[in-house]
Design a protein. Structure first.
Length: 253
């Protein structure tokens, strides 16, 4: 089956930078019209220009994924667009703040839960209820992490949120399969993005990562984007409730 997405409309949260932007670019290159969602209009407009300069189609919807009203407004705007209502959702908005658990700030814990878990839930719910109201099926790809199945020092909050994303993904897959929708997750290892560049600059941390990766290399944004595109396509028609590791073998040990 083809991985082309011609004539389809995709919504991507966290699309202003990093993995979300990479996923949006990949979906547009496969032929989808993409609605880009994030808090920063400037970053979204840069991403839209990148997509359009490559011959794709994109529009911008500014929203904080942790704000229920803003998520609903973004999905309502996407529904009303000339491209037609979306049939693909990618929830790539995410946040990480590290630190020893015994000194970890509860405000940081709450913010990670708000963005990584609440934000994923709100986007999936807003998207799913619209599909159900139309009697249509669709594809949802959530952004998890290898930290959704393992632990790592200093990342109790992040690991908790990604374990939650995996559970949400599987629950929605079971609940919405009879409605014709598939829900899967992509779980990358560390990828060199703006969010990770500071930690990857630490030689000791970089050496620890290298020792945990059988492939000997970090994932690239393009590796993750390719997995998202596959799960959004007809090539993944028989797949739901799956967490696709793009982790260089980290979780295979």
């Amino acid at each position: 089956m083809s991985e082309r997405l011609d004539g389809r409309h995709a919504v991507v949260t966290g699309a202003g930078r990093g993995l979300g932007r990479g996923a949006a670019v990949a979906l547009a290159a496969a032929g989808a019209h993409v609605t880009l969602v994030a808090r920063s209009r400037a970053e979204l407009e840069e991403a839209a220009v990148e997509i359009e300069d490559a011959g794709g189609r994109a529009r911008v919807a500014v929203a904080d994924v942790a704000d229920e009203a803003q998520v609903e407004a973004a999905l309502a705007a996407a529904d009303a667009h000339a491209a037609g209502p979306p049939s693909i959702l990618v929830t790539a908005a995410g946040l990480n703040r590290t630190g020893p658990t015994e000194r970890y700030d509860v405000a940081d814990w709450d913010r990670l839960m708000d963005v990584n878990v609440r934000g994923t839930f709100l986007a999936c719910r807003a998207f799913g209820r619209r599909l159900i109201a139309r009697g249509a099926g669709g594809r949802i790809v959530t952004m998890s992490s290898q930290m959704g199945v393992v632990g790592y020092p200093g990342r109790a909050a992040y690991c908790a949120t990604k374990h939650a994303v995996n559970g949400l993904t599987k629950a929605l897959a079971v609940e919405w399969a009879p409605r014709g929708s598939a829900v899967n997750a992509v779980a990358p290892t560390f990828v060199r993005t703006r969010m990770t560049e500071a930690m990857l600059a630490d030689p000791a941390f970089a050496a620890d990562l290298a020792a945990r990766l059988p492939t000997g290399r970090l994932a690239e944004v393009g590796d993750v984007a390719a997995a998202v595109r596959f799960l959004a396509s007809d090539g993944a028609a028989a797949i739901t409730g799956h967490v696709l590791a793009v982790d260089g073998g980290w979780t295979a040990w």
